[in-house]
Write a protein that binds this ligand. Sequence first.
Ligand code: MG
Length: 315
Amino acid sequence: MDQSLLESLRVIALPTKTNFRGISVREVALFKGEYGWGEFSPFLEYGFQESAPWLMCAIESATTPRPHIYRTSIRINGTIPAMNNPEDIQRIVDSFPGVKTFKVKVGENLPEDIARLARVKSLRPSAKLRIDVNGTWSVQEAVTNLRAIYENIGPLEYVEQPCATVEELRELKEKLKIDIRIAGDEVLRKAVDPFTVDLAGAVDILMLKVQPLGGIERAHRLAEHHKLPVVVSSALESAVGINYGLTLAASFGELDFDCGLGTGSLLAANVAQLPIANGAIELAEIEPTFEGIEVAPDRFEWWKNRIMKTAELIS
Ligand SMILES: [Mg+2]
């Protein structure tokens, strides 16, 4: 990658308001090119290979023109982490003003999952609910648990990645007597090659995350390849990464689902604000500020080294 990108490198640590996938501080690397800032923020445990598409995306964001967009405002879903305290859930729901869809993290404990969904439903009775299981259920668990959720809560908009593999998802769709749409997330972004995965009969909706899928151009090629409707979502990114996700969402002529790009409200600090108003976020020209959130020199060196090692895999 171009040396000038590395020279603009900033690394920041953003505290989260609530523990989210075990994270209380989100470290993010940002660099600037001719066309703006790019975000490189694979989770800390990811190796260089898994981080490679994230870097491709950051470089694309910094060095290529933005695509044609069809809208400047993107409707978003609220994201509810796997939390159980009713007041905590209310606080998170309240941080999504005007939002009409909630994505609720489930999968560890069915009674708690149902209570969490019931709590969200009681706070926003007219909102659509979708759940994300992150692939943790077996086929049989998915059959049992989805039936229980339908009996107790009612229909869901869709269920994201109830089981881990494409084969399991296909089997689940055959066994489940409920008509329910399945969104594929990990089956795509954890695949060695997301273009060679056969999603037929297993997945109805593609979850597109711009960093793990390698950028806007590649995400479009994936959507065209799999010929499925898309939801654009984030990976708990700073405002720079979220804005790039908003740009991806805006660049689809057809966008029928609210997008998972409201995760900025889970962060207690950020490089810029992307406020949620009437359930939507406006695309912005982001000029980040770094005051008080930059990491210590050893963490900066760690990220710089990570970027250089990852870059060797994509050059
Ligand atoms: Mg997911």
